[in-house]
Design a protein around this ligand. Structure first.
Ligand SMILES: [Zn+2]
Length: 392
């Protein structure tokens, strides 16, 4: 399977400068793509093709030819995805139009060389008939397996996104148990399997990290709001925000990886083949209550986490041949599956006057599973066997 890994590296100051220059140059390629596409459309009343775009950008930039091509491909991909979204009726989608100052540079198969000592040569291609000296960086934790592509990215520092073939076969899908998943709050994942087994993963660390980050962000936000937008001090606070987001992002990422890995291991034990995950459509209980950070900010953070968890799950489940699908989770937390009465849950347990009761999060997972299988909320008449997992 093709996998991706974030790799940090060492490079001399001079080489780092050249790397930054690459990403500025890639941005120039992107901007040129925008311009060429526009001109082509005005002149021919049709869209520029891949071969035309490649022809017109070839040899014009200070990068390896495949690195230039990679930007063209990304431009075309962005254009075509917007087109699909617009065709589906999304009114907020636009075709790519924004000029960029920095853009990730990609080196494909002929664009880099890896030496056994961990040195990576990134080719700069041939200019005026002369091969330019490659950029050399050193990485100590390159992934095992055949490396396919290297992308130069930036997130409070440069790093490489390395995609590689790990040589492992993806497991085939084999019909088995079905599981409903309720991502109740950012730090909990509750799952219910049709066979009655249930799992709750709570992460105090995730919750603590998330709280701390929100607190710090709110504090900076407060100070920043007193400055004039765009002023030097304002920019300083903006950078501080970026720093917190990036740093806490890394810690959260680790914790989320751990939580999702535990869940997938549990799925394998239960012989699960299908996972149904509730989609809250950007609404999450815990962040909604926080009035301190602006609503928009809170929303952004929770969407970020939800999207991450989903992406991690999908990826990890896929390796074990398990399918994952999203289910609209509206009313699943309120509805009693036995008598269909609706009520808001305020305590840890959902208790209905008809006698049904269940742990709040497992209740949600049960109803999500029912919605996925039957299309409405029904009761699975099996006793629940709960398992708690606390991740550090
Ligand atoms: Zn009831």
């Amino acid at each position: 399977m093709i996998r991706a890994k974030k790799v940090y590296f060492h490079a001399s100051k001079a080489e780092q400068d050249r790397l930054f220059a690459c990403n500025r140059e890639s941005a120039r390629v992107w901007n040129e793509c925008l311009q060429l596409a526009k001109n082509f459309y005005l002149e021919h009343k049709k869209w520029i093709s891949k071969s035309e775009l490649q022809k017109q950008t070839k040899g014009k930039f200070h990068l390896h030819s495949q690195s230039i091509q990679a930007v063209c491909h990304k431009y075309l991909f962005a254009r075509d995805s917007s087109h699909q979204a617009i065709k589906k009726g999304r009114t907020t989608t636009r075709y790519p139009y924004k000029k960029k100052k920095h853009y990730n540079t990609k080196w494909a198969k002929d664009g880099f060389k890896i030496h056994p000592n961990g040195n990576i040569e990134l080719s700069m291609g041939i200019h005026n008939g002369k091969r330019e000296k490659p950029i050399v960086v050193h990485a100590s934790n390159l992934p095992q397996g055949h490396i396919k592509e290297i992308e130069l990215c930036y997130d409070n520092g440069l790093y490489l996104a390395v995609s590689f073939e790990d040589g492992q076969e993806k497991k085939a899908y084999q019909a088995g148990q079905a599981v409903g998943v309720d991502l109740g709050e950012i730090h909990t994942l509750a799952a219910f399997c049709k066979n009655g087994q249930a799992l709750i993963i709570t992460g105090r660390k995730i919750r603590a990290l998330h709280r701390l980050r929100n607190k710090k962000l709110a504090e900076i936000q407060r100070l920043q709001s007193k400055c004039k937008k765009g002023s030097r001090q304002w920019k300083k606070y903006q950078r501080a925000k970026q720093y917190i987001l990036s740093k806490s992002g890394k810690q959260l990422q680790d914790a989320l990886h751990k939580a999702t890995r535990n869940f997938v291991e549990w799925c394998v034990k239960q012989a699960v083949s299908d996972v149904y995950i509730g989609n809250p459509e950007g609404v999450q209980r815990n962040t909604r209550k926080k009035k301190k950070t602006s609503r928009k900010q809170a929303q952004k953070l929770s969407n970020w986490s939800f999207g991450k968890v989903k992406a991690y799950l999908k990826y990890k489940l896929m390796q074990d041949g398990i399918h994952m699908q999203e289910v609209d989770e509206s009313y699943t937390s309120q509805t009693c599956p036995v008598c269909k009465k609706k009520k808001k849950v305020s305590s840890r347990n959902y208790v209905c006057s008809c006698g049904y009761q269940e742990h709040r999060d497992i209740h949600g997972a049960r109803n999500i599973l029912s919605k996925a299988i039957y299309g409405d909320i029904r009761h699975f008449d099996v006793p629940t066997t709960q398992k708690y997992l606390r991740i550090a």
